[in-house]
Design a protein around this ligand. Structure first.
Ligand code: FES
Length: 272
């Protein structure tokens, strides 16, 4: 049938109880532009990061280690210590060490409230935009497997904090030169500084973080410290989407920067 509301057993905007509007939507603006840009941006990052994660090469150039490869947990790592940070995976691990660690930031971003919105719209068109009905017949939201797993976001947040601590340590080490002497500063040091600030801002602006900090309290007046922290996190949280994109770009750029140094395509300009 052409009448959406007459579809037997239909739900959502096609349900019998909804107004029978034949048009697919009534928006006259370019509503498809935002989801199309989102999909293109995410796809570009996925292609780039997949290539780099599997490359298993060119991820270290003293004193910088690519954020995709840190912390290094496999014996086959080639980093500033001449090996892994923690050798949890022995010689039997022959694949790229990035694959062991990227699962955590990947899981954090995949289950992030903002990225969920972004890829539900950009890739699944579920729905593609406000007031534009999705093409799918049924809608079950995040109530069933596999989408119910989105609820583990909070646990990925804890891991993301650990990874951010490691990247902070890497940034501190970027103030040493290749002979481990302190007082070095190159363009790479600034790239790493900008990246770690954005990574922390994104991580702390997380909706789960906001709930961990200020949720489940009956009276804010009895918890002044948490109330204040909650206010700060809330300020960052308002910018969560912007921080998601900026930190995605900066982490990719920091990796690209190390790649260019490691392949000899570029020499790190030094200030000190
Ligand atoms: Fe986006 Fe937690 S909601 S990182």
């Amino acid at each position: 049938g052409t009448e959406p509301s007459s579809q037997a057993g239909a739900s959502g905007v096609h349900a019998a109880s909804r107004a029978a509007i034949p048009a697919r939507h009534l928006r006259t603006d370019r509503w498809w532009l935002a989801p199309a840009c989102t999909a293109a941006g995410l796809l570009a990052f996925v292609v780039y990061s997949t290539w780099r994660a599997f490359a298993n090469a060119d991820y270290y150039h003293a004193p910088y280690v690519s954020p995709f490869y840190s912390p290094c947990l496999a014996q086959n790592c080639q980093t500033m210590h001449g090996g892994p940070n923690w050798e949890i995976f022995g010689p039997w691990w022959g694949l790229s060490p990035a694959l062991l660690i990227l699962i955590f930031p990947l899981g954090f971003r995949l289950t992030c409230y903002y990225y969920r919105k972004a890829y539900y719209r950009g890739f699944w068109a579920s729905p593609p935009a406000c007031a534009v009905a999705e093409p799918h017949k049924k809608y079950t939201g995040e109530t069933r497997f596999p989408l119910i797993l989105q609820n583990i976001h909070r646990y990925f947040f804890y891991f993301a904090v650990l990874v951010a601590c490691v990247l902070t340590f890497d940034t501190v080490l970027a103030f040493r030169d290749e002979h481990h002497r302190w007082g070095h500063m190159g363009l790479g040091t600034l790239v790493f500084l900008a990246n770690i600030v954005l990574i922390w801002a994104y991580t702390l602006s997380c909706h789960s973080c906001r709930h961990i900090v200020g949720g489940r309290l009956r009276h804010f007046s009895k918890h002044p410290v948490r109330y204040r922290l909650w206010g700060w996190v809330g300020k960052l949280n308002e910018r969560h989407m912007l921080l998601a994109w900026c930190s995605l770009f900066s982490v990719g750029f920091a990796d690209l920067y190390v790649y260019l140094l490691a392949t000899g395509a570029f020499a790190d300009p030094r200030f000190f």
